[in-house]
Design a protein around this ligand. Structure first.
Ligand code: SAM
Length: 326
């Protein structure tokens, strides 16, 4: 029942206020993948900037375009900014980020089972010849590729303005490892910096170690990070007809729209969130709020205990003379 003396980043983040929506206009930043985002002209403009075809309604395109859309709206990119991609493979947006940052560092194992997948996401070739995968011209000296484990990032705390990871943390070895990866991303982020993470959200059916049910996502990805969501999650699911006729990898992988995935009773799609690392001032403010909240909870627990079992309460807290000291 004692108030813990050490304030963890998780406790500080839990005391931070999180608005329902950060911006009055445009698609929500923290959201489940739904085709309605393709109706927004500004968002479509970002998709086109990335050289992607607007008629292809695919959750991969959603992750890439939405990551850039959100980072731009949050003013997180620019010529003085440093960006880290975790489990990045040779993904498309690395090249865009190289054009929109001082330095973008791509990290991945660049080994293991993703070397031989159809998209060869972790092809170690990328380390030697990143230009080979470039979808458009980019500033070669602003993109650096390094082999690195997302569970032990080889960077000092507070190194990057932006850290992002798309479709990767679910492959790091289960939900607990996803939490470790989130804490690593938070560690290497500068105070005030922005993280963007996309992963697999279970819409229906049984969860498993690679996908996140909503409560597991909230706990193991968002809360575990110790970062603060820029807004609440817009978790409205995609239209029902996409659940009823989902994309099944072995049967219709090229389906358009490619939004809801299915395997037996399981339905899932992408979820993406933007999180901020508190500044020093915010840490002090929300840290104080967290202590007050915990103090209130502690007093409420004491009051409950005193009503539930007065003799025991007096024995425990009443001191020798039978009077309660608080
Ligand atoms: C589905 S791929 C996604 C790649 C890329 N983000 C994209 O969207 O194209 C998952 C990636 O996670 C990487 N990965 C798996 N475990 C990792 C770890 N412990 N540390 C870093 N990357 C890892 C894989 O090598 C692979 O490139």
């Amino acid at each position: 029942m004692a108030i813990r003396p050490i304030l963890t980043p998780q406790a500080v983040a839990a005391a931070a206020p999180v608005p329902e929506r950060l911006f009055d206009s445009g698609p929500a930043l923290n959201r489940v993948c739904r085709p309605d985002v393709w109706d927004d002209p500004e968002w479509l403009g970002v998709l086109r900037t990335l050289g992607l075809r607007p008629e292809v309604v695919h959750r991969k395109a959603f992750e890439w375009a939405h990551c850039i859309y959100g980072l731009e709206r949050l003013d997180a990119l620019g010529p003085d900014r440093t960006v880290l991609g975790v489990g990045a493979g040779h993904e498309h947006i690395l090249y865009h980020l190289a054009n929109r940052s001082r330095l973008t560092v791509a990290t991945d194992l660049y080994a293991g089972r993703f070397v031989d997948t159809p998209a060869a996401e972790a092809d170690p070739d990328f380390l030697r010849e990143p230009e080979k995968y470039a979808p458009f011209p980019y500033r070669e000296e602003h993109l650096l590729a390094l082999p690195a484990d997302g569970l032990r990032l080889p960077f000092k705390a507070g190194s990057f303005d932006v850290v992002y990871s798309l479709s990767s943390i679910e492959h790091f070895g289960g939900h607990e490892m996803a939490s470790v990866a989130m804490q690593e991303m938070a560690r290497v982020l500068k105070p005030g910096g922005v993280a963007c993470v996309a992963t697999e959200l279970v819409l229906e059916g049984p969860a498993n170690e690679e996908f996140f049910a909503r409560d597991v996502f909230d706990r193991c990805v968002v809360a575990a990070s110790g970062l603060v969501p820029v807004e609440q999650l817009d978790d409205e699911p995609p239209p029902r007809e996409l659940f009823d006729d989902p994309v099944v990898i072995a049967e219709n992988i090229d389906r358009n729209p490619h939004i809801v995935m299915g395997d037996g009773d399981l339905r899932w799609t992408s979820v993406i969130v933007f999180l901020r690392k508190p500044t020093v001032v915010e840490t002090a403010m929300w840290g104080a709020a967290s202590v007050v909240q915990r103090g209130r909870r502690h007093i409420a627990e004491l009051a409950y205990e005193s009503r539930r079992n007065p003799p025991r309460f007096l024995r425990k807290f009443g001191g020798g003379g039978g009077g309660v000291s608080v």
